[in-house]
Design a protein around this ligand. Structure first.
Ligand SMILES: Nc1nc2c(c(=O)[nH]1)N[C@H]1C(S)=C(S)[C@@H](COP(=O)(O)OP(=O)(O)OC[C@H]3O[C@@H](n4cnc5c(=O)[nH]c(N)nc54)[C@H](O)[C@@H]3O)O[C@H]1N2
Ligand SMILES: Nc1nc2c(c(=O)[nH]1)N[C@H]1C(S)=C(S)[C@@H](COP(=O)(O)OP(=O)(O)OC[C@H]3O[C@@H](n4cnc5c(=O)[nH]c(N)nc54)[C@H](O)[C@@H]3O)O[C@H]1N2
Ligand code: SF4
Ligand SMILES: [Mo]
Length: 756
């Protein structure tokens, strides 16, 4: 569906500012996104939208938009070049690097932020064509610890049914601002209002969510492992476990119970700074509720002991039997694997230079600079970045920038001239997410899971291309697929769905190199035959077929039934046509055990590596502050107008444009500063100046800066201005989780100096 441009017409699309991807209706005024409201027909968001997307035009028409491919010259300036030149030069240099150092020296990063995942599959084709092995994205600086634990426990991805839970627990998570589940604010308000329901929040800060909670366990920063261990200790020592659930649905619980029986609850409550009676009361409330659901996020995932915390958190709901019923936790279907870590990377378990653990196919973000800068024959020589801004979002930006400059080749695809683009050898301008076919693979619902394909509202801005076309141009130059195969498949596609289905799978069976290149092959063959110029959606044909084959029953229940390739065909047609989203699987709650990927369908609860860490907590260190750096800085809090770096123009923020440093009244008094005063924040890695906001929400010793600030964007006169602090000027890759390698963005030892 290309835009008709009829005045007053509401276009169906979605918000791209966080992983909820709420459905939106948008009215255009020329090329401006003029009026924006929640899409009432969207199956999950049902008309809900927060304040952020109302000003999405700052994304669509940002001053920093790219309109031509750029080449970096030896003096660091950029020259505009045409697409043919860009594709030819990049292909030639990629080929030379592959021939000299092997395809595994070409590293891929990104593949979509919060709303643009469709290009991942086309990127996988390019990786396969080059023989690239290593890949990563932002998940490897937040979710890989949790992914590792989920993998050990069940092999699935767990989430909660907050809307129907009697008790909800948020661990290092502030859904009032960060959302992450459908209609977060109305759901939170309903829970707070209902005397029969209870909210528990574990957060050092009195966040907007904590403000609504009955129990706020206001831990000292970085001490959640002691808090969670104490809660689990209470469960076992006060005999609050769901014994029947544990007996029927888990394996290895004896070892876990034995370790928890020894937890000194009072000592650990003191270690995390939470009143023991409050901790016990909150635990009893959680354990005795009919239904409970919980969510862990960055407050623990980017802090000390993060993988251990993920484990202890999941034990809380498993040992109390809060799984597999409405209002509890669940595992869910997926249309496709989100990490995108397959390609030829399958089998790589450790990074090539530093030997760090690869989880979900992703190199730990904290290792990337070392994988490039270390003098080692296996080091990474080239980097391809798409839809990410790692020179801003990863720990220690200065070192990441140094790593990018040390590469033999770096290519960045983005809509804007970002911090990462400004370190790259080539910059390729993409059409925005409102100018092309796009989709998100953040599809985490149960029992009805939803996928939405969005059509373009506008033609691509002059000079830009949708990513699938960019990948196709590079791949055509590389020529990884025999032309006769493409010709045969093109003819079959012209003939119709059935002919194409048999032809494609016959070709894939005859030649095992086809499947890893499926995105490209589908784009070149099926793509041109799709209605409404939906060529970029071609890869979803394969996705739909694989999803239908893997989840036959629940796809059939969603209305896509039949024999052979019929269910996949029906699902693909629905994806192409139902613009507010498609329920692609419909499950029964009893089906949830199908997603426990174990032969006995039980949770494997004993994880030896983490039980050892649990037993060692008594002697483990819980403070990393020093006389030089006496405060704990949370570098990257979600606020009302932050959305990673997706919108670069500070004018989109209605309040707190500069993103002040939040500090407790006690610390402010000691420094002799008040709200609005300017200070310097100093850490081991760097220093930055900022305004202060004295806040009752902060505990003494804890300071907090927002995420997504500190980008350099042109002002009305075209001069680049930096607004606010770039958090990763202050962070380090050195502090990291021992298992997942994830950074401690929420625990950066710091000091604050008052400025005159
Ligand atoms: N408005 C907005 N929403 C967003 C985003 C955005 O940029 N802006 N980004 C999206 C993305 S990518 C993500 S991953 C999610 C993240 O969503 P959240 O994880 O909810 O976001 P944060 O504000 O980073 O951190 C949550 C809480 O952790 C607390 N915290 C800090 N240190 C500790 C600690 O030691 N222990 C505990 N228990 N808590 C601690 C903070 O005080 C904060 O309230 O948000 C998504 N939603
Ligand atoms: N210190 C600190 N660092 C953090 C965090 C923190 O809390 N503290 N949070 C971390 C978290 S949880 C996350 S998820 C990461 C996020 O960091 P990144 O994954 O790097 O993502 P974004 O900042 O969202 O950048 C998305 C990029 O995609 C571009 N873009 C938008 N639309 C399109 C499109 O259609 N095509 C293409 N090709 N590009 C497009 C945007 O211009 C932007 O440059 O940041 C992390 N970094
Ligand atoms: S909750 Fe997230 S996806 Fe929904 S409208 Fe707000 S920013 Fe957009
Ligand atoms: Mo994130």
């Amino acid at each position: 569906m290309t835009a008709t441009g009829a005045p007053g017409e509401w276009h169906t699309t979605a918000c791209i500012l966080c992983e909820c991807n709420c459905g939106l209706w948008i009215q255009l005024d020329g090329r401006r996104l003029a009026r924006i409201r929640g899409d009432e027909a969207h199956p999950t968001s049902a008309g809900y939208a927060c304040e952020k997307p109302l000003r999405l035009d700052h994304y669509q028409n940002g001053r920093d938009r790219l309109t031509s491919p750029l080449r970096r010259e030896p003096d660091g300036s950029y020259t505009e070049i045409d697409w043919d030149t860009a594709v030819a030069e990049i292909t030639e240099r990629l080929t030379a690097i592959r021939d000299t150092h092997g395809g595994e020296s070409i590293f891929f990063y990104g593949g979509g932020g919060q709303g643009n995942h469709l290009p991942i599959a086309y990127g996988q084709s390019l990786r396969a064509a080059l023989g690239s092995r290593y890949y990563s994205n932002a998940l490897a600086q937040e979710k890989t610890g949790e992914m590792w634990v989920d993998g050990r426990l069940s092999g699935g991805h767990s989430k909660g049914d907050f809307e129907h839970a009697e008790v909800v627990l948020f661990l290092g998570k502030n859904p009032w601002q960060s959302h992450s589940f459908p209609r977060a604010r109305p759901v939170l308000r309903e829970i707070a209002r209902d005397p029969a329901r209870t909210m528990i929040v574990i957060d050092p800060r009195r966040s907007e969510t904590a403000e609504l909670a009955e129990f706020h366990l206001q831990v000292r920063p970085g001490t959640d492992a002691w808090c969670l261990a104490a809660m689990l200790g209470v469960l076992v020592q006060e005999d609050l476990l769901d014994h029947e659930f544990v007996a029927v649905h888990t394996r290895g619980a004896e070892a876990v119970s034995a370790a928890l029986a020894e937890v000194p609850v009072g000592d650990y409550a003191a270690r995390c700074g939470v009143d023991e009676d409050l901790l016990r009361a909150a635990t009893r409330r959680f354990a005795t509720a009919e239904t409970a659901a919980s969510y862990e996020d960055l407050g623990v995932q980017q802090a000390p002991n993060s993988t251990l915390c993920s484990y202890l958190h999941k034990l809380l709901w498993i040992l109390t039997g809060n799984f597999g019923r409405p209002g509890t936790m669940y595992l869910h279907s997926s249309l496709t694997a989100i990490s995108g870590g397959s390609g030829s990377g399958k089998g790589a378990r450790l990074t090539p230079v530093t030997g760090a653990r690869i989880i979900g196919g992703l190199i730990p973000c904290n290792s990337i600079a070392d994988e490039i800068l270390t003098d080692h024959p296996g080091r990474l020589r080239a980097m391809w970045v798409d839809g990410a801004n790692p020179a801003h979002s990863l720990a220690d930006s200065a070192r990441f920038g140094e790593a990018m400059r040390a590469l033999e080749l770096s290519v960045v695809i983005d809509v804007a001239f970002t911090e990462t683009a400004r370190q790259a050898d080539y910059v390729l301008p993409a059409a925005t997410q409102y100018e092309k076919w796009e989709a998100t693979f953040f599809n985490f619902e149960f029992p009805r899971n939803v996928f939405q394909l969005r059509g373009p509202l506008l033609e691509p801005a002059p000079g830009t291309l949708p990513e699938p076309e960019i990948y196709a141009r590079v791949l055509r130059a590389l020529g990884p697929v025999d032309e006769t195969v493409l010709t045969t498949l093109r003819a079959a596609a012209e003939e119709g769905a059935a002919a194409f289905e048999s032809a494609f799978f016959a070709a894939a069976a005859a030649d095992p190199t086809i499947m890893p290149l499926a995105g490209y092959v589908l784009y070149e063959t099926l793509g041109p035959t799709l209605p409404n110029d939906a060529r970029s959606a071609a890869v979803l044909w394969g996705t739909a077929q694989l999803c239908a084959a893997a989840n036959a029953e629940s796809v059939a229940r969603a209305g896509f039934d039949g024999t052979g390739f019929e269910p996949g065909r029906k699902l693909f047609d629905a994806i192409l046509n139902r613009r507010s989203g498609v329920e692609f699987t419909v499950d029964e709650w009893s089906d949830v055990w199908r997603y426990v990927r174990r032969p006995d369908r039980r949770f494997t609860v004993a994880i030896d590596e983490l039980l050892t860490e649990l037993r060692g907590l008594g002697d483990a260190r819980s403070t990393w502050t020093t006389d030089e750096f006496p405060l704990v800085l949370s570098a990257g809090e979600r606020r009302a107008f932050t959305a990673n770096t997706i919108i670069r123009d500070p004018g989109w923020r209605r309040r707190d444009q500069e993103g002040a440093l939040r500090i407790s009244p006690q610390d402010a008094q000691q420094l002799g500063v008040g709200s609005g005063d300017r200070v310097r924040v100093v850490t081991e890695t760097g220093a930055a100046e900022t305004a202060v906001e004295v806040s009752e929400l902060m505990q003494t010793g804890h300071i907090s800066l927002p995420n997504g600030l500190g980008v350099d964007a042109p002002d009305a006169n075209g001069r680049r201005q930096r607004t606010g602090v770039a958090p990763n000027d202050l962070t380090t890759t050195r502090y990291r989780d021992p298992i997942a390698g994830t950074p401690w963005h929420k625990y950066v030892p710091a000091r604050v100096e008052a400025l005159q």
